[in-house]
Design a protein around this ligand. Sequence first.
Ligand SMILES: *[C@@H]1O[C@H](CO)[C@@H](O)[C@H](O)[C@H]1NC(C)=O
Ligand SMILES: *[C@@H]1O[C@H](CO)[C@@H](O)[C@H](O)[C@H]1NC(C)=O
Length: 381
Amino acid sequence: MFNSFQFIVFSIILFIIPQSASGCYTSIFVLGDSLSDNGNLLGFSAPKIIHQGRPPNGETYFHHPTGRCCDGRLIIDFLAQSFGLPIPPPYVGIKKANNTDVHAGVNFAVAGARALDTAFYDDIGIIDPVTNDTLRVQLDWFKELLPSICGSKADCGNQLKTSLVVVGPFGGNDYRYALFQGTSMEERKLLAHLITNAVVSAVNELIELGVGTVMVPGLVPDGCLAVSLTYFGGSNMDIYDPSTGCIIWLNEFAEYHNGLLQMKLNMARERNPSATIIYADYYNAIMQLYHNPKKYGFRKTNAACCGDGGPYNYNKGVQCGDPPTTVCPDPSLYINWDGPHFTEAANRWVTSALLKGPYTIPHIDASCISEVASSRKFTKA
Ligand SMILES: *[C@@H]1O[C@H](CO)[C@@H](O)[C@H](O)[C@H]1NC(C)=O
Ligand SMILES: *[C@@H]1O[C@H](CO)[C@@H](O)[C@H](O)[C@H]1NC(C)=O
């Protein structure tokens, strides 16, 4: 499928070839949702324990639940380690106790977060049952914390030059809640314009504060996730891509969003020639796993490792960690952890593909990578 819109997007990408990313990072800050949250929603929910605060979450790497929706590390954790930086501490610890060193980075991502403001959704009647800590709220936290991170405005300008800020992926929750609460495809396409605008204006704002490198991940292939397959699957085989088992219309929508996002990032690059804006193509990196699971050591593709039965081991009413969910014996054989999220094994592979493969635009400078994320050989497919 190659429609005229995609053609325009690709032409723009080809003609505005961004300069190669250069310089290494002294700190990493993260804004995002559950694909990047390493403890905030759990911390903000305390003393109530939510499902990601219960085993088996965390079992593979941390050996206890951390608030990540994962058995181990997330892509942003691997990215930080690959750049030789500590895993950025969740913001909640700083907000609640103010005893954490913030100089090497902070993770502001909150599971369930949307890109657009709560007030906007209140007006059109679409609620987020999980959190109101949107992109805007997280960006404000970052700005409030700047005096602790780097002191005066001039010092900040210098220090943030060598910072990497990861913005996203954002949009997954906007679309999911909009879809569940009865919007049409046309309405979601309108949302896509607003969401990508919000992401790109956050990028511009960060650069105005002095941030040297912003990485913006695109949406993941939603149609491959156990949660989506459970909600939107059915007996009509025409909706599935026969080679991957993923739902075509959901993946096409993610690609639509990612096309818009990349087009707008190109405009942001023109506007900010001295900053580096990296598009991280989570979508195509992850699709490699669905296209060639065996090649990369995965045995289970669409079903979740942690869940409560059904064709995709996902039960709409019960999240991983809540009884009676059970966990697979070897999560490293699974791409999908709990329905909407990926296993540490998949995250590790994707990070390696981002760092070494063709999935960052412009490419991350190899000299910035101090540690190889993957124990599984990454081969360009
Ligand atoms: C955290 O504490 C330091 C002093 O220990 C103070 O300068 C700073 O303003 C505090 N930050 C926040 C966000 O409360
Ligand atoms: C989000 O904000 C709305 C008001 O705008 C409130 O009714 C709702 O309870 C909040 N949701 C959460 C999860 O905090």
